[in-house]
Design a protein around this ligand. Structure first.
Ligand SMILES: NC(=O)c1ccc[n+]([C@@H]2O[C@H](COP(=O)([O-])OP(=O)(O)OC[C@H]3O[C@@H](n4cnc5c(N)ncnc54)[C@H](O)[C@@H]3O)[C@@H](O)[C@H]2O)c1
Length: 324
């Protein structure tokens, strides 16, 4: 088995390559060459610490695998990331474990790349102002992905921690791919109101912005909430959206994310509001945005197919450190 530690894995793929890898994985799914298996979500002895076991299988390539992701919301207090993830990659020819990959950064890279694919397909072509709520690990790769798929002129940020906003700006400034301005805002609404693309990337249990802060024509990536007791977007948001897409529709319903379940249970939307997957738009099965005034929404709860695709790209790069 090859061990690919975090420090090695994080330098293998850049965002452009990650976006291409996610796109290819959606095409592979549409051909039935990759599929998502079951998902287990389990509290790890306390309500707030959650473990997720996500599985995916290839038929077009000799792999299957799972990601274990532990979410410990208090970790940042001791300087550790909230999410602790590893990906186990196996041979689907003999079941042997091929690699164990440190996947904290890969998870963020994949989540950013997946939002990048969704945004490229759904945001208005002239979208140039990005609003980000939450400025942690995931938010950073959201910014990297958004700058790949649209010509940004402005990035508007809000986080409940001023310190985290400053750290985010210090990290983003040197890797900006064009000379856009970065503006600190005093609320989620202020970040959203003048944005064409909004990314929410927090573990919040209560909405981080109001539905009426989202202007006509906006594309929204809500990537933080993955369980029933988490909700980043106000319930009216889903109702205002022309439609909602996700990575994998069954996975979305299995997660029970509050972003969707709250408005569903309140009778504000029907199940059909979740139109399908990003892959359905990519492959032309669904139309996507049909009008510049529509609000489009990508609700992301994680997808092991995309994690597996990224892990395979890293494994096949030959960067491995150690063999058994
Ligand atoms: N969709 C996916 O595939 C996927 C993948 C990985 C992580 N996630 C989820 O994304 C969320 C963010 O993860 P992360 O790794 O970036 O965490 P993080 O701790 O690095 O960052 C979260 C940031 O959100 C801020 N925040 C929290 N509540 C807020 C609020 N109400 N308003 C404004 N800011 C607020 C925090 O101050 C922090 O800076 C988590 O819930 C995580 O589980 C989703």
């Amino acid at each position: 088995m090859k061990i690919i530690p975090e420090e090695v894995a994080k330098d293998v793929l850049n965002m452009k390559k990650a976006i291409a890898t996610v796109r290819d994985a959606y095409w592979a799914c549409s051909r039935g060459e990759m599929f998502q298996g079951d998902r287990i979500v389990q509290n790890l002895g306390t309500e707030k610490n959650i473990g997720q076991w996500l599985t995916a299988i290839c038929t077009g390539q000799p792999y299957f695998g799972f990601k274990f992701s532990a979410v410990f919301p208090d970790n940042p207090k001791s300087g550790m990331p909230t999410d602790q993830s590893t990906i186990s990659l196996f041979s689907n020819e003999n079941g042997k474990q091929l690699a164990l990959i440190g996947a904290n950064y890969l998870t963020a890279l994949k989540t950013g790349a997946a939002a990048g694919v969704a945004t490229d397909l759904l945001a208005r072509k002239d979208a140039s102002r990005l609003g980000i709520v939450g400025t942690g690990v995931q938010a950073f790769t959201q910014a990297l992905a958004m700058q790949e798929v649209r010509e940004l002129t402005e990035v508007r940020l809000f986080d409940m921690s001023e310190e985290r906003m400053d750290a985010f700006i210090n990290r983003l400034e040197p890797v900006k791919n064009r000379d856009y301005v970065i503006v600190k805002c005093s609320s989620g609404n202020e970040a959203a109101e003048q944005s064409d693309i909004i990314c929410t990337a927090t573990p919040s249990k209560t909405p981080v912005l109001d539905a009426n802060a989202i202007q006509s024509g906006t594309h929204l990536n809500a990537i933080g909430s993955f369980a029933r007791n988490m909700q980043e977007t106000a319930s009216e948001t889903a109702a205002k959206a022309a439609f909602i897409v996700t990575e994998h529709v069954d996975g979305l319903w299995a997660s029970g994310t509050g972003d969707i379940m709250e408005p569903l249970e309140a009778g504000l939307i029907s199940k059909e509001k979740v139109l399908g997957s990003v892959g359905d738009i990519l492959t032309g099965k669904l139309a996507g945005r049909t009008d510049d005034d529509q609000i489009t929404m990508y609700e992301s709860v994680g997808s092991c197919v995309l994690d597996l695709a990224i892990a395979i790209a890293v494994y096949e790069s030959g960067c491995c450190m150690q063999n058994d």
